[in-house]
Design a protein around this ligand. Sequence first.
Ligand code: HEC
Ligand code: HEC
Ligand code: HEC
Ligand code: HEC
Ligand code: HEC
Ligand code: HEC
Ligand code: HEC
Ligand code: HEC
Length: 503
Amino acid sequence: MNALAKAIGRLGLVLGAIVLACSSAYAAKPVKSKQDIEDGKVCIECHTKESPGIVTEWKKSVHAKEKIDCIDCHKGKPGDKGVVQHEKNKATGKDFHVVTIVTPKTCANCHEKEVKQHQASHHAKGGQILASLDNIMGEVIGGPAAVNVGCRACHGVEVQVDASSGEATYDTWPNTGIGRQNLDGSRGSCAACHGRHRFSSAQARQPENCGKCHIGPDHPQLEIYNESKHGILYNALKDEMNLNSKKWIVGKDYTAAPTCATCHMSATKTQEITHDVGERISWTLRPPISFKLNMVRLSNGDEYDLPPNAALPKVGDVDNSAKGKGATITEVLTWEQRRKKMTNVCYACHSANVINGHYKQFDNVVELYNDKFAKPIAGAMKELQERGYITAAPFDDKIEWIWWEIWHHEGRRARHGASMMGPDYTWWHGIYDVAQNTYFKWIPEMREIVLKKDGNEKAADEILDKYFRPIDGHDWYFNGISKDAIEKVRKGFEQRYGAGALK
Ligand code: HEC
Ligand code: HEC
Ligand code: HEC
Ligand code: HEC
Ligand code: HEC
Ligand code: HEC
Ligand code: HEC
Ligand code: HEC
């Protein structure tokens, strides 16, 4: 590099630093009283001895640089739930009152926008899982102790106060689940993604961060990401990801690979960061049968999803539905608009054909799963119940477990795999398992149930004729695989492995 280029480079750095310094006021910083400043020093002094891990991590945080300390987050109002008297300022003789569980409500004093977006999202509502099949599975068929450490560590607990200590009970805390229901009525735990006391953006941008929860047999997003081209590149080029940059705009501050945050949350050249993780998705891939999602946003800060067959309300209307609670509609985002927000991210690195092709291939898998497997089985399960072959209670018949695993585990894996470029999860852990368990577990079990009750399989044949036979994809099951197709396979095998290879 010649001297002139170096000089220009240095000038660039200086200018960059000035721009950064000017833009660092994105978080509101309330003016602190003299007393709070003095009290904060007392906390730090003693805690440096008593819990050096906490103070050292805090010292390395952006907050410490901004003089945001223990007091700003842990000071509590005497009498509020979870607030206890704790030590004192010896110089003034005044007691401290602290709260241990710092909730989004406190963060909102300085980060209002992030908290608003997060509170409206599915993440903040992740703790409300009582009315679900998963919950019956956990509470009744498993057991409450496992629900506490399992489900609630991801979804969030409803925090309870211990009457004698005035603090959270041991049964409900520690917990940093994504939708924790806090004592002050707020929902969620910002520490779910920004570990205390560093509270860093860099950590939250990494896929492992989301992978605490987005992992495992029923939602293997981390595993899918790791097997995708995107995950492979991220792991190979992590050093080039510029994770510690204050601004992190895809296509500008980094180009090596997208992470979970890139696609679902982070900024692009024309889109801001969002803490509403659902904003950019167009399907729900979670229920037995997938459907597209329109979003309705309300004047009370809340939002909800509507299926595509429901009439879309208008901006400005009063929403008197159960979810609208009389608030005014401020925004309607159709599934197409949500998808556009996601493809806006892809354009930083891809051309239209790759993006459109990806969505076509992804939609096709969701529709294959829906139309060939989920809809006929769901229809048949309903009929089995109506005709008295199985009870209305979930999980007391073997066939209900088989169906549950087909949609809740294998069917989700197929759909998730296709959405995020994971071929193994789309096929071997996905549609392959769905197909095998449909033909060789669900159908045989259905026949057995009918035979046991009726002494013959007539009703089972009727059900298959009604729900499965009209679908082209099941033709092979009823009429066998065609001679031509078998002959083609035989020839292929013999070419590769020699005469008589296909047994
Ligand atoms: C009293 C004000 C205040 C409170 C309360 C507060 N913050 Fe901050 N926070 C700030 C300021 C100021 C910055 C620095 C902004 C900047 O660099 O432009 C910041 C920066 C951050 C960052 C960015 C860090 C990075 O790596 O760049 C995160 C994440 C964050 N805060 C999370 C939280 C969370 C979570 C809470 C609640 C548990 C919280 N903050 C409470 C004022 C506050
Ligand atoms: C003289 C020492 C001392 C001072 C001053 C002090 N602390 Fe502590 N603090 C401790 C010790 C020791 C513990 C651990 C207590 C335990 O393990 O039961 C603790 C625990 C805590 C906890 C966790 C409580 C829990 O239930 O888990 C919080 C939060 C806390 N301190 C915040 C503060 C804040 C904020 C200040 C300043 C206003 C402060 N502390 C001042 C010594 C101190
Ligand atoms: C930006 C806000 C913020 C600041 C600043 C902050 N804390 Fe915390 N602190 C939290 C959050 C969030 C938690 C986690 C509580 C939860 O949600 O479960 C926490 C938890 C704690 C705990 C209990 C957790 C444990 O592992 O024992 C202690 C003790 C504590 N903080 C002490 C301090 C001290 C001392 C300081 C000052 C050096 C400090 N905190 C500064 C937000 C903050
Ligand atoms: C490892 C973390 C983790 C554990 C443990 C876990 N979940 Fe989940 N759960 C998730 C994630 C992540 C999702 C969202 C999956 C997606 O979007 O694909 C989810 C989705 C759900 C849903 C669907 C929500 C919706 O809006 O459709 C329910 C209900 C649910 N879980 C309940 C439970 C129950 C009950 C348990 C325990 C028996 C449990 N979960 C255990 C992480 C977890
Ligand atoms: C699902 C994970 C997740 C949760 C939960 C979460 N954040 Fe974040 N947050 C992120 C990611 C990822 C970034 C980095 C975005 C970027 O710059 O690419 C971030 C960045 C931030 C920033 C810096 C914003 C900026 O403009 O640079 C603040 C402040 C922040 N978060 C506050 C919060 C608060 C407050 C909460 C709790 C209400 C919270 N976060 C909960 C993932 C999360
Ligand atoms: C290249 C961009 C990209 C990356 C990287 C990415 N995703 Fe996705 N994700 C998508 C797309 C596209 C969809 C489907 C969107 C739709 O429905 O239109 C999706 C869907 C999802 C869903 C919704 C699933 C459901 O059940 O409805 C979750 C949850 C999710 N991703 C989490 C993650 C996590 C966690 C990671 C990282 C381990 C990640 N994503 C990485 C693009 C990405
Ligand atoms: C502590 C656990 C946890 C962490 C960490 C977490 N999530 Fe989630 N996530 C969940 C749960 C639980 C749900 C399902 C909530 C529900 O629908 O009730 C969910 C749902 C989602 C959805 C679907 C939203 C919708 O509107 O349907 C997306 C997308 C998502 N997460 C992305 C992410 C990304 C990206 C990260 C990391 C930056 C992340 N999550 C970190 C637990 C977590
Ligand atoms: C930060 C850049 C970046 C972003 C953002 C990004 N990708 Fe990629 N993507 C890549 C790179 C690099 C590859 C690897 C190309 C290769 O070497 O085969 C890739 C691979 C792919 C592939 C496989 C293509 C192939 O030839 O095998 C698909 C499909 C894909 N991306 C779709 C998407 C979609 C859809 C989005 C948005 C939801 C997206 N990508 C966002 C960089 C990105």
